[in-house]
Design a protein around this ligand. Structure first.
Ligand code: AP5
Length: 215
């Protein structure tokens, strides 16, 4: 099963992807994680992406399409993959369609995680992320605290707030989502792939709803 996860920043795409990886053996492909890893490494990709990300803006479409094509063509996904944070614009969705056809792969569903805006702001301002770019585990001060304060349960690295979690960057990210990414809901509805999920509940329940909807 190959899935696209849609949803506003903070809707829980990363959290639910990690649960699907555990439960279903799927592979998570998070463009946000790939870009943050590239910034940490200081690679060319990271240098190109850093300014856009810190301001809360989208990285140019072609840069993202190249990352996705390379990943999908080089790796094998026996239990399927989850595209987390991609596509995010109509040109990216059109680009993905061409990549899928070149590689003879099919997307089975585009799952939209629907969360109230006040809950999103609360989740984003209380999120903590593992600073180790190979781990990037996601925590929340209220709903999923680390066992030891400030330390990742998985790898022992410090957990931090992301650089795009300032009040200004969150505003830009939410506006960018409404303007550029929300239109993908209608796009995938027209493609016959859209599945809408109420994601205001706990992440285990969200994951169960996704599994029962797609299976
Ligand atoms: P990216 O990393 O993709 O960020 P995002 O889409 O803004 O999404 P987030 O990671 O902020 O949120 P999420 O939905 O994964 O929520 P999470 O699970 O963490 O992108 C970052 C930047 O990279 C972009 O701004 C852009 O610059 C660039 N970029 C990336 N992809 C791009 C693309 N395709 N094109 C162009 N640019 C791109 O959860 C949030 C918090 O809530 C956590 O604390 C979590 O513990 C908590 N939580 C989650 N679910 C629940 C729940 N059900 N109940 C209670 N708490 C919950």
């Amino acid at each position: 099963m190959n899935l696209i996860l849609l949803g506003a920043p903070g809707a829980g795409k990363g959290t639910v992807s990690k649960l699907l990886v555990e439960k279903k053996g799927m592979v998570q492909i998070s463009t946000g994680d790939i870009l943050r890893g590239a910034i940490k490494e200081g690679s060319d990709l990271g240098k190109k992406a850093e300014g856009f990300m810190t301001r809360g803006e989208l990285v140019p479409d072609q840069l993202i399409l190249d990352i996705i094509e390379e990943k999908l063509s080089k790796e094998k996904f026996p239990n399927g993959f989850i595209l987390d944070g991609f596509p995010r614009t109509i040109p990216q969705a059109e680009g993905l369609k061409k990549i899928m056809s070149r590689l003879s792969i099919k997307i089975n569903a585009a799952v939209d995680l629907i969360v109230d805006e006040n809950e999103i702001v609360k989740r984003l301002s209380s999120r903590r992320t593992c600073s180790n770019s190979d781990c990037q585990a996601i925590y929340n001060v209220f709903s999923k605290p680390t066992k030891k304060e400030g330390i990742c349960d998985h790898c022992g690295s410090p957990v931090v707030q992301r650089s795009d979690e300032t009040e200004d960057a969150i505003k830009v990210r939410l506006n960018t989502y409404k303007e550029k990414t929300a239109p993908l809901v209608d796009y995938y509805k027209n493609e016959g792939l859209l599945k809408s999920i109420d994601a205001n509940k706990g992440s285990d329940k969200v994951c169960e709803s996704i599994i029962s909807t797609i299976e």
